[in-house]
Design a binder for this molecule. Structure first.
Ligand SMILES: Cc1cc2nc3c(=O)[nH]c(=O)nc-3n(C[C@H](O)[C@H](O)[C@H](O)COP(=O)(O)OP(=O)(O)OC[C@H]3O[C@@H](n4cnc5c(N)ncnc54)[C@H](O)[C@@H]3O)c2cc1C
Length: 407
């Protein structure tokens, strides 16, 4: 069986790995338009922070791929697919046939249409090449502005500090990590981020990038002007669906898939940041891994393995800040109870959101000792009615209670 995988991010590589381990006669080829073998995108932060050398970025050596009969075709962009003829064409014009195709084309950084955004010195962080370019820029730039105070924006801002450059984060929403935190939790986070030397501006919008050809600063809606020689835009991602659209596959925000990760064309699967299931395109690693496992199982003939949407969980772990946010943390509507615990002196903030006796969201900031137990409560929908108000107390051990409750 000839299995072609487009994209060598975590979704494509994990699919290849599981197919290679389960289907001994599969001949697997991964096509990647990037010149590098698989590397972890979260490690790009370590790379910028000077904690991971370039040569240490690829995760697996040649023997790893060989053992799983995986061939990689690097700097190979797939330009088009013919799903009827089961062939794909590279930008070089070369054609290859396949029996099964997996689209793992990921996502691209979104760049909002801000006036002047095309100037030199405006960048995004998605690929290793982006990280290399940003590091080169940071070495000769004394003021960097990061647009976007989400997880990636904050990670990126903190990773620049060691260059000795002044770093400012601008977030359009009233507080940092608006998708993962509430106002109270964000206040604790902002204090920690600022204490690491990053200036934070919230509730303000970048309207214009200043400068002639090279960025010299930005102008905000409030009228404030911030000088900058490098601007990093961290305004979310968009699923990379261009290839799928060209091939006539059904797409919305992502490539539409069912619980088998099948697209609208036979023998074509989609996984990871490019796939849309049930109206969701999560853009996070746990989802990419789960979807890759399902696609590989289907390809291996284990057709009862199906994908069910996960409760999204994201973690910020940079510069001594440890924060995990799960599920619904800013509930809108009725029927939710919110329980909080704050210890400002130790920069601890915990919150759980409960609906009908079930934990549907949680913030664990500064003290994540209960995280595994809380994660289980959310994913297994365990009734916490009897202890809901105590779940975040410093003298209550969620793990111990869970053990006795489920014994
Ligand atoms: C700096 C950074 C930090 C992150 N940290 C976290 C984190 O802590 N936790 C978390 O859950 N998520 C994190 N993410 C998000 C996470 O990396 C993504 O969810 C994950 O990479 C998605 O994997 P993927 O394989 O679906 O897509 P991608 O990693 O985007 O890989 C897709 C690949 O396909 C290639 N491709 C696309 N089109 C073609 C084509 N036509 N031909 C050939 N190749 C093609 C692309 O070049 C790319 O290499 C982070 C992202 C970044 C950038």
């Amino acid at each position: 069986m000839q299995v072609a995988i487009v994209g060598n991010g975590i979704a494509g590589t994990t699919t290849a790995r599981f197919v290679g381990e389960r289907v001994p006669d599969a001949k697997i080829t991964i096509y990647s338009r990037e010149p590098y073998a698989y590397y972890s995108r979260p490690r790009l932060i370590d790379f910028i922070a000077g904690e991971a050398p370039l040569e240490g970025m690829p995760q697996y050596d040649a023997a790893w791929y060989e053992k799983r009969h995986i061939e990689t075709c690097l700097s190979c962009e797939v330009a088009s697919i013919d799903t009827a003829g089961k062939t794909l064409t590279l930008s070089s014009g070369q054609q290859h046939s396949y029996d099964v195709l997996v689209l793992a084309t990921g996502a691209n950084a979104f760049v909002p249409p801000i006036a002047g955004v095309e100037k030199k010195g405006v960048g995004t962080l998605r690929t290793l090449q982006d990280a290399v370019t940003l590091c080169q820029a940071a070495q000769c730039c004394d003021r960097i502005v990061v647009l976007g105070g989400g997880l990636l924006g904050l990670d990126t801002a903190i990773s620049f500090i060691h260059f000795g450059t002044a770093v400012t984060v601008v977030e359009a929403q009233p507080w940092l990590l608006p998708r993962q935190l509430d106002r109270e939790g964000a206040a604790v986070l902002q204090h920690m981020v600022e204490s690491r030397g990053v200036r934070v501006i919230t509730d303000d919008l970048c309207l214009q990038v200043l400068g002639e050809e090279q960025v010299e600063g930005i102008r905000l809606k409030s009228g404030l002007e911030l000088p900058a020689c490098q601007l990093v835009i961290s305004a979310g991602v968009r699923a990379n669906i261009a290839l799928a659209k060209q091939a006539g596959l059904a797409c919305n925000r992502g490539i539409l898939v069912n619980e088998r990760m099948e697209t609208s064309a036979p023998q074509v699967y989609a996984v990871g940041d490019c796939a849309e299931f049930n109206g969701n395109v999560w853009g996070i690693i746990p989802v990419a891994l789960a979807q890759a496992r399902v696609a590989a199982s289907q390809i291996a003939g284990e057709v009862t393995t199906l994908y069910t949407d996960l409760v999204p969980s994201t973690t910020l772990q940079v510069g001594g800040i440890e924060l995990t946010s799960i599920g619904e943390v800013n509930p809108v509507g009725e029927g939710f109870q919110e329980y909080r615990y704050a210890d400002d002196a130790h920069a601890v903030y915990k919150k759980v959101v409960v609906r009908d006796g079930i934990v549907v969201g949680a913030i664990m900031f500064g003290d994540r000792s209960d995280l595994p137990a809380i994660t289980r409560l959310v994913s297994q929908k365990i009734d916490v009615t009897a202890v809901a108000s105590r779940l975040v107390s410093s003298d209550f051990n969620v793990g111990d209670w869970l053990k006795s409750a489920t014994a």
